[in-house]
Design a protein around this ligand. Structure first.
Ligand code: IVH
Length: 691
């Protein structure tokens, strides 16, 4: 049956897409879609071509192993082609069973025949490399390229500490290293190295570096490093290596099994995974798949599946190849750790400490073994860098215990008119101002005392021994009180009655009485403790003490401008701003008022602060007799306010204060136009007002 135009159209479209994505992946190291998505498209094309062989064409992406050659690297033809392996798409146990059944059929084994011996390995998620050793010395390293011709990346591979530059036979009974040995294996990046690298990349970008980028996943970072044209840069990228196979071998001993060869490679100094196992028959493969699947998250690197290989080299030879895949090996995958999904909304989550975190709410997607419905965007800078917008199609990744993350947006799928995300200026929970301090990555809610999200934390801090020291109020009780809805704000604590408390789970009358007594006792406190207890950001015990000493009373602190706060020793601009913003929130002032109304009290102290000097720089002349103040008293008051008291009137005189029987000084003042005050005017002036 010949294919309909519709099928032809789909095949063309798939080829187009696959070419595009293969180029992004292999040549640019910047994939736009997850592997699983690529595989899906690839398999769809494969299926169509199988159903309609007349549509096959030599330039179809199905007709080559994949990859391309970067301009800039020398090319080399592999003496033994670097093949790929067939993938069992079935992620359940049956993947191992169907492979075993196929092998047995090909070998003509019946039910009565013994189980086939296999080697089970991890399928490392990196990129394949061929290392050529001549007389034990590393002479060349090449990428797979298209399987036939690869790129020579020896310089970059030499920078990997785990790749021996020279092999030698270690241990008793180890055969000598053959004169020519091609080792095949995987270059990969550990997850912690990957996180560190991306962290460094982010710092470089933040410092304004133009040609830097972060990497989507460890495999991409590894591929980018191996194919980095500048070996100096490649050297800074932390790579690792595992050997799992071989290409050309000339001379040397004869081997009988895969396992034996791997063990011997280990004895020659090559890194071979400790997880490699021998397995008899399908059920031991199933067990391997399951046990690795369960511990996959604990591995320090990504794997995307396991690989089963027939152990006997003679049987491998008998089984041979189909097109470019050996019949004696198969990859059995795990659920992908990256998937495509769409962003339904971007919400802002407020943490216990008031930190605002933008979170992408996702169309639920099964990734890395769990259903993911949201992913953190970390903070404003990250959200901006990734430019995730509502409605976007994104790649979500969940690997290891790492929390799910949006790694990138698929730009082609963005709807017209999608709006960039911006951080809110107010806390989405309590409406208080949200501020981002200089040099900080995070926005924070300033409504510490009233913000529902921070309630428990605020209460616990308040009750602490070094703060209000409320005996008997610990974490469990705070949880209970908040969850039961009896305590929402700090003053609510002082409104608790016996009835509220005994209604709680596991709360006897005795402990309820004790808590009430503890609350009562805590009311008698000090200003430093009270200030500290409020939980103002950046106000620790020392700062609270300094503030109390400087201002003496709460109201002055609540009304102080940031400038006045800066006068406190050891208070810098960030702390001053934080205190000012805190008391600028009406909710916070209200809480402080209510606490006092509930009976929280302390003794005010004399401020050590210099009293304001409203008359600094002024010159005043006294003349005549004032109704209540003596001349000396008036002089002291004026000087305390910063004024200079002079004996004669001149053009420079600011004021003349005149009482009864003022003489020539008053005339002179009037002549020069100097303002003249009586005692009331003087008092107004001293209190900082207009005369
Ligand atoms: S064997 C002829 N073993 O998976 C068999 N491959 O298509 C050749 N891979 O990109 C491959 N771990 O780099 C083999 N333990 C392992 C592997 C492994 C990862 C990669 C390989 C290639 C792909 C196979």
């Amino acid at each position: 049956m010949s294919a309909s135009p519709k099928v032809q159209e789909r095949v063309d479209a798939l080829r187009e897409l696959l070419h595009h994505h293969a180029h992004r992946y292999y040549v640019l190291d910047e994939p736009e879609i997850p592997d699983a998505e690529y595989d899906k498209l690839f398999q769809e094309l494969q299926a169509l071509e199988e159903a309609h062989p007349e549509l096959r064409s030599p330039d179809s992406p199905t007709q080559r192993v994949g990859g391309g050659v970067l301009e800039g690297f020398a090319r080399v033809r592999h003496k033994v082609p670097m093949l790929s392996i067939r993938t069992e798409t079935d992620i359940e146990a049956s993947g191992a069973r169907s492979f075993d059944a196929r092998v047995r059929r090909e070998l003509g084994l019946g039910e009565g025949d013994p189980p086939v011996e296999y080697v089970a390995e991890l399928k490392f998620d990196g990129l394949a490399i061929s290392l050529r050793y001549e007389d034990g010395v590393l002479v060349q390293a090449a990428t797979r390229g298209d399987g036939e011709i690869g790129e020579v990346v020896t310089q970059n591979i030499r920078t990997i500490g785990q790749v021996p530059l020279r092999l030698s036979a270690r241990g008793k009974g180890t055969p000598p290293v053959p004169p020519v040995l091609e080792v095949r294996g995987e270059v990969y990046m550990r997850r912690d190295d990957f996180e560190r690298l991306n962290e460094q990349q982010r710092e470089k970008i933040a410092r304004g570096a133009k040609n830097e980028k972060t990497f989507v996943n460890p495999r991409n970072a590894a591929a980018g490093a191996v194919r980095q044209l500048d070996p100096a840069i490649a050297r800074q990228r932390p790579l690792s290596f595992f050997a799992y196979g071989w290409g050309e071998i000339v001379g040397g001993p004869a081997f009988e099994t895969q396992y034996e060869l791997l063990e011997t490679m280990r004895a020659w100094g090559l890194p071979v995974s400790q997880h490699t196992r021998r397995a008899r028959g399908a059920e031991e493969l199933v067990a391997f798949h399951q046990s690795i699947g369960a511990s996959r998250d604990q591995l320090p690197y990504d794997i995307d599946g396991v690989v089963y290989k027939v152990d006997s080299l003679a049987l491998q030879k008998r089984l041979g190849f189909v097109t470019r895949e050996p019949r004696w090996a198969v990859a059995h995958k795990y659920p992908a750790q990256e998937q495509l999904t769409t962003v339904e909304s971007i919400d802002v989550y407020v943490g216990r400490t008031g930190k605002l975190t933008p979170v992408a709410r996702l169309q639920p997607v099964f990734v890395g073994g769990v259903t993911v419905t949201n992913a953190t965007l970390h903070n404003e800078d990250e959200a901006r860098r990734k430019d995730v917008r509502v409605g976007d199609t994104v790649i979500v990744r969940r690997a290891g215990d790492v929390i799910p993350e949006v790694v990138a947006v698929v730009p082609d799928k963005r709807a017209a008119g999608a709006q960039p995300f911006t951080m809110p200026t107010h806390c989405p929970v309590c409406g208080s101002d949200a501020v981002r301090e200089e040099g900080e990555a995070d926005y924070r809610c300033t409504g510490g005392l009233v913000c529902g999200a921070q309630r428990k934390q605020a209460l616990l801090h308040f009750a602490q021994r070094r703060a209000m020291d409320i005996e008997g109020l610990g974490e469990k009780l705070v949880d209970q009180l908040v969850d039961a809805g009896v305590v929402r704000t700090l003053p609510d604590l002082y409104r608790l009655g016996l009835a509220h408390l005994v209604a709680l789970d596991r709360m006897g009358e005795k402990s309820a009485q004790n808590l009430l007594a503890g609350l009562e006792q805590s009311k008698n406190t000090t200003l430093p403790r009270f200030l500290y207890a409020l939980g103002i950001r950046h106000v620790g015990e020392a700062t609270a003490r300094d503030l109390a000493r400087h201002f003496g009373q709460l109201d002055t602190i609540m009304d102080a401008s940031a400038e006045r706060l800066l006068e406190v020793p050891d208070v810098g601009p960030i702390v001053a701003e934080s205190i000012h913003t805190f008391f600028a929130q009406p909710h916070n002032r209200e809480v402080a008022e209510q606490l006092r109304a509930c009976g929280v009290h302390w003794e005010d102290t004399e401020p050590t602060a210099q009293a304001p000097k409203p008359l600094a720089g002024k010159t005043v002349v006294l003349t005549g007799t004032l109704p209540t103040l003596s001349r000396d008293e008036a002089k002291d008051l004026l000087e305390a306010a910063g004024a200079k008291v002079a004996g004669s009137v001149s053009k420079k005189t600011s004021y003349v204060v005149a009482g009864a029987e003022a003489g020539s000084k008053l005339d002179k003042a009037q002549e020069l136009g100097v303002p003249v005050l009586d005692e009331d005017g003087l008092r107004r002036l001293l209190s900082g007002g207009e005369a």
